[in-house]
Design a protein around this ligand. Structure first.
Ligand code: UGA
Length: 339
């Protein structure tokens, strides 16, 4: 199988590429702006990389959509700080650029495996979000954070409409707070625009306070990337076409914790790390208002838990890595790579 991955150097892109090259005989054709996460893959004869931009290298993309068996457009801005700082960039990249790819998949009848997001459920009040039943709930327009959720939701709807009208087969997957090595760079965390786990790790490394937005009682289910990738590979294999035109949550409901618990657990793991055991000083854990941290366009999601019944049934999959192990592996990888 030939897999086209746009955004191959991203968090999901590079982990998926490594796994494909290690455990299958497939080829990966990949494009991204850079290649710093692709060290392992870059010399593999089944990996074909081009440095490029999806907004510019359109011919290369069209040619490879024709040539490949499955298309994974993984290019997106996915950090909440940027949703409120630059909502138009989110719309242009996450929606407009990706819509062009979706339309080409329809033109050439190519299978598309597209990253939807846990964010499309928004502030859904249900205890567990179900792909085919839950309401998708977003806030007022002035709360610009929702532009990501809304952009992704509309793409989900467009892809669904193409798929159910026979233009292509699709699978929409919804990652729930995947974490792991190289989630975001410590550089973006230094600027304060990274997802929470990288943000907290950077603050521990730089001895700065860990900030709990609005007290930190909001909850997430953190999913270790290896578990997520395992599910994604099963989606690509698509045994008996079981994933055709399906939407699938990929998360670990057993790993639910509040952001406050997350901060304390990460700090404890950091304090136990051989390289830091004897440090004189450790970061404090403090509270900050969301208004101060993100600005007025922010609104939070207080609870976000996936139902994974569909993933269990369609993929015969189960997440395995506990919360503590997920955080330990992520922390250790960051410390090894950056210190
Ligand atoms: C994330 C992002 O939108 C996407 O990466 C993705 O689509 C999706 O959710 C996902 O990974 O499932 P969110 O979970 O809100 O959204 O992103 P984080 O930035 O990781 O924040 C998690 C929580 O920690 C939020 O409640 C945030 O307010 C809080 N936080 C963040 C803090 O308390 N302190 C910080 O320093 C940073």
């Amino acid at each position: 199988m030939k897999v086209l991955i746009l955004g191959v150097n991203g968090f999901i892109g590079h982990h998926l590429t490594n796994r494909i090259l290690e455990s299958t005989d497939w080829s990966v054709y990949g494009m991204d702006l850079g290649a710093e996460r692709l060290e392992k893959a870059i010399n593999n004869p089944r990996f074909h990389f081009i440095e490029g931009d999806i907004a510019i290298n359109r011919e290369w993309i069209e040619y490879h959509i024709k040539k490949c068996d499955v298309v994974m457009p993984l290019v997106a801005i996915a950090t909440p700080k940027l949703y409120v700082e630059d909502p138009l960039a989110v719309f242009e990249l996450d929606f407009e650029r990706n819509l062009e790819i979706v339309k080409q998949c329809a033109k050439y009848k190519k299978r598309i495996v597209f990253p939807s997001t846990s964010e499309v459920y928004g502030a859904c009040p249900e205890p567990e979000f179900k792909e085919d039943e839950s309401f998708l709930v977003t806030g007022p327009i002035q709360k610009e954070r929702w532009i990501y959720s809304a952009s992704k939701q509309l793409l989900d709807r467009v892809i669904y409409a193409y798929g159910t009208r026979g233009f292509f087969n699709f699978t929409l997957f919804r990652p729930f707070n995947w974490v792991g090595p190289r989630l975001d760079s410590l550089y973006s965390a230094k600027e304060g625009s990274s997802r929470v786990v990288t943000q907290f790790i950077a603050e521990l490394v730089f001895k700065k306070p860990l900030t709990l937005v609005d007290g930190g009682s909001q909850k997430r289910c953190f999913t270790y990337v290896d578990d997520g990738i395992d599910a994604l590979v099963r989606i690509l294999v698509n045994e008996q076409g079981r994933c055709n035109n399906e939407i699938i949550n990929i998360g670990n409901p057993d790993n639910e914790c509040s952001i406050r618990e997350l901060a304390y657990m990460l700090r404890e793991l950091f304090q136990q790390h051989p390289r830091h055991r004897d440090d004189k000083l450790f970061s404090e854990i403090v509270e900050v208002s969301s208004q101060n941290y993100y600005g007025k366009g922010y609104q939070d999601i207080l609870s976000r838990k996936p139902s994974i019944e569909k993933a269990r049934k369609l993929l015969n999959w189960e997440p395995r890595v506990t919360l503590r192990d997920s955080l330990m592996r992520t922390l250790n990888a960051f410390l090894e790579e950056n210190e």
